[in-house]
Design a binder for this molecule. Sequence first.
Ligand SMILES: Cc1cc2nc3c(=O)[nH]c(=O)nc-3n(C[C@H](O)[C@H](O)[C@H](O)COP(=O)(O)O)c2cc1C
Length: 395
Amino acid sequence: MSALVEATRRRRAARLLDSADAQRAAARVLPRGIREYVDGGSEGEVTLRRNARAFEDVAFAPRMATWVDEPDLSTKVLGTPIDLPVLTAPCGGMRLVHPDGDLGLATGAARAGSIHVASSAAGYTLEDIAAVDGPQWFQLYRFSSQSTMEHLVGRAAAAGYSALVVTVDTAVAGFRSRDYKNGFSYSMRVNARNAVKLAPQLLPKPAWLIRYLLDGLPFEIPNTAEVTVDGKPMVLTEMTKGGAGSHSPTWADFGWLRENWHGPLVVKGIITPEDARRAVDAGADAVIVSNHGGRQLDGSPATLTALPKVVEAIGEHAEVLLDSGIRRGSDVLKALALGARAVLVGRLPAWGLAAAGTAGVERVLENLRTEMVRTMRLLGCPAVADLDPSWLEAA
Ligand SMILES: Cc1cc2nc3c(=O)[nH]c(=O)nc-3n(C[C@H](O)[C@H](O)[C@H](O)COP(=O)(O)O)c2cc1C
């Protein structure tokens, strides 16, 4: 990359002061269909709103008249020490957001001293993403069949991912009407007819369009490139066909997974204490309390509300992480105070990526760090390890 492009990106990134700035900057760059694919939730978007509200409904109980010199944000997840308790969540479609895509997310996470979770539906192969320096986990979908899943697990092990994250809240794709109305569909193919149809969305965003053209118009999912349908790489709608008909692995798959994956196993998409116990019984070393950022089952509770019951049920046997709705450093601290070991962020780094590529991802994670440090000083809290529910009260 030329020094000029790098300098421009750094300048753009430096303008992002918080998550709202990043979201606005992404909206300026992205065509409507891509913007709404990232920002949107399923059905009435009730869970999407609930996730955000839950963080507002919890207040801090600060300890004033104290000075904290260097708040300690470090922790360990599944044995890996990290400097920032914020991982980048697995997100499909990120190469549509920016050509840096998943490589930018992995680089941003590594530079923040954290972990990237690579998506099965990434825009780069899992091997290319694993080649980015820094600890990484691999997120697994079942796709169309047991054999596709087994194939991905074997490749993830060979590529050196240190943990496997099994997403279980995606039996079918949630209905996101904004995608439907925008003509943005997983089965879309890049061809002249679609180019004409989408022109009114694409032409007002020339910078995005030029980047996408120069990147070679990627739309397929390279991790499934070897799985062909009618001689072409499988697209996302085909992934739910065949086999058990489920996009997600089911509990029936966990026997095979536990026997054949030799590293830590993480179950993503847990909301109830019953499912959390089931995950531990199935061999999970950690669970992620997640409602997929409000993109799947609309009507799910906010993850912050669900977290304490899950921690109570399995906290002594497995690590508990949380995602869905984290926008600020104070949100991270609230989740940690309620028992999460660390959190994941999905949209926030996607917005940074859209605004300024890898530099934008680095910037939004740096903003979270700055916000956490400032909030811990205002709270009088010396280390994230000291956080517990006594630092919170109902708003
Ligand atoms: C655009 C987008 C694509 C996503 N793709 C995946 C995916 O491929 N696999 C997965 O397990 N979760 C996926 N998720 C869910 C995220 O991993 C995460 O649970 C969610 O984004 C957290 O909520 P937040 O965006 O409010 O931080 C996706 C989320 C977004 C926004």
